[in-house]
Write a protein that binds this ligand. Structure first.
Ligand code: UN1
Length: 501
């Protein structure tokens, strides 16, 4: 515990900040109290939002490449604090050390991406049909951006959003999950240090964090002064946030549930597929929105694949995520464990055969830690429970005979985040990534559904929300586009050939 205190202190926490508040933060490893955080009063939210708006009026006038300098500094701070923030992520969320560090690395990467982007926020020049006219578009800063994140990526998802928002000229208000506010705070404090180094070019209130429960998020979602709300979490949450933001004509980025599948064809390299199944279904204890939930395997290779997968599962080390060599940490809380048990029961009632796993382990050592054996269930068909996202290491196996059928199964779920195919047959691969193939936001070939790089656009279709964040041109959502038609002739011709008097 004293060691953890010194990690927090190195990350910039003052003792009173993590010892005197009303919000209890516990470690999922052993249930111990990590911090008592002060909560942001709900009645201060209007002031927070007003400060952000005032900061916007200054920040939008700072040239974008200068704004890029701020995210460069943030990236440096994250690099320097990588071990400490990664450790906090492990303690607070139960990720193994490698994955805690990987999460901070995503923050570093997006800062570098955003730095380059700060010189490339450009629109197009478009040919006009009228003589002596030119059409061009500009991207202008949008306004304050609210970033509401989930427990499972408490550091990276804030960084994805904030790095882009800041170079785009937008202030940010961050509401981390109440289940993992410490990792968010540590990431935010790195940004504060960068802002301090950046100096008075950064207006007061450029980046703010609010710590507490749902009413804080509600204030952000409902405020017409927040033109963009970026929210990551469950589909249930998205169904509340989406319509509320839409009713005031705000923009939103929703990153909701996933139900990600892997198709394994007779032409697959099975060794590679097994490794991808392992990281996909078991990594982060199955608590990524991109975690592998379904394997759709060709009947002819099913036994061979399952034999190898089961063998690999047998070698998994479950335990304290801070101990090197352990690959599976605890679930976030008891609720997650109960939900997994319920899904396992339902799956078996729907005809599934439990091949292995599902039991709670290490109960004696960690009476308050919910460690579980990753489960595999062989399903006779894609029943109701398989279409439901269970946020735990629970993998369903489905069998197919021809590829069209496998693609149909891949698509026949309400969620549309990520998907993948393992095949060395180019016809199978091309079909899977074609318009007649996977309907997901991400369709991978010979890699698993999870662990995306920040360079690509991240997000999915259907109940996943339909939006994109991180790389590619996701930045455009953090800006407003103006189309400018400029007449440099001495005439006033109308478009569409209209003659008006
Ligand atoms: C999430 O689970 O909310 O692709 C995000 C991945 C990570 C991000 C996951 N880069 O698995």
């Amino acid at each position: 515990m004293t060691q953890f205190k010194s990690v927090l202190e190195r990350c910039g926490f003052k003792t009173a900040e993590f010892t005197e508040g009303s919000l209890t933060v516990r470690s999922p490893i052993d249930g111990s109290i990590l911090a008592q955080l002060q909560e942001t009063p709900v009645d201060s939210m209007q002031a927070v939002i007003n400060r952000s708006h005032a900061a916007f009026l200054t920040w939008r006038m700072v040239p974008a490449p200068v704004r890029g300098e701020l995210v460069r500094l943030w990236g440096e701070e994250l690099r320097a604090a990588k071990q400490d923030i990664g450790h906090i992520v492990s303690m607070e969320v139960g990720k193994i050390v490698e994955e805690g560090l990987g999460e901070v690395q995503e923050g570093v990467d997006i800062c570098e991406f955003a730095l380059g982007l700060s010189r490339q926020l450009h629109g197009k020049t478009i040919a006009s049909e009228r003589p002596g006219h030119r059409i061009m578009e500009q991207f202008h800063p949008l306004g304050p951006v609210a970033v509401i994140t989930a427990f499972n990526f408490p550091s990276a998802v804030f960084a994805w959003n904030a790095a882009l928002a800041l170079v785009c000229g937008d202030p940010v208000i961050f509401k981390p999950s109440e289940k993992a506010p410490l990792s968010g705070l540590a990431t935010f404090k790195a940004l504060e240090r960068a802002i301090a180094k950046f100096g008075d070019r950064a207006p007061e209130g450029l980046a703010q964090i609010v710590v507490g429960l749902t009413p804080l998020a509600e204030a952000l979602v409902e405020s017409p002064k927040i033109p963009l709300v970026s929210a990551t979490g469950s589909t249930r949450m998205g169904r509340i946030v989406g319509p509320k933001v839409a009713s005031r004509f705000g923009k939103r980025i929703l990153e909701l549930g996933g139900n990600n599948a892997m198709i394994v064809t007779p032409a697959a390299d099975l060794d590679m597929a097994v490794r991808a199944v392992l990281f996909g279904a078991v990594g982060t204890a199955g608590q990524r929105c991109t975690s592998l939930r379904r394997v759709i395997v060709h009947r002819s290779v099913k036994d061979a694949l399952l034999e190898r997968v089961q063998k690999a599962y047998g070698n998994l080390r479950i335990g304290n995520p801070l101990t090197p060599g352990n690959l599976v940490g605890p679930l976030i809380d008891e609720g997650a464990f109960t939900a997994m048990q319920k899904s396992l029961e339902t799956a078996q009632a729907e005809g599934g055969k439990l091949l292995r796993g599902g039991k709670r382990v290490l109960e004696k050592e960690y009476p308050k830690g919910f460690f579980v054996e990753p489960a595999i269930v062989d399903m006779p068909s894609q029943t109701a429970i398989v279409k439901h996202e269970t946020f735990a290491p629970l993998l369903y196996v489905l069998t197919y005979d021809d590829l069209e059928e496998a693609i149909e199964l891949n698509n026949d779920v309400p969620q549309g985040l990520s998907s993948c195919i393992f095949s060395t047959n180019m016809q199978e691969v091309e079909l899977f990534i074609s318009q007649a193939g996977s309907d997901c936001g991400m369709a991978n070939v010979n890699i698993g559904p999870n662990g995306a790089e920040i360079g690509g656009a991240f997000g999915g279709e259907k109940e996943t929300g339909g939006d994109r964040e991180s790389g590619s041109d996701a930045w455009k959502q953090y800006m407003r586009r103006t189309t400018n038609t400029i007449n440099f002739s001495k005439e006033l011709p109308l478009a569409q050939g209209i003659n008006f008097g």
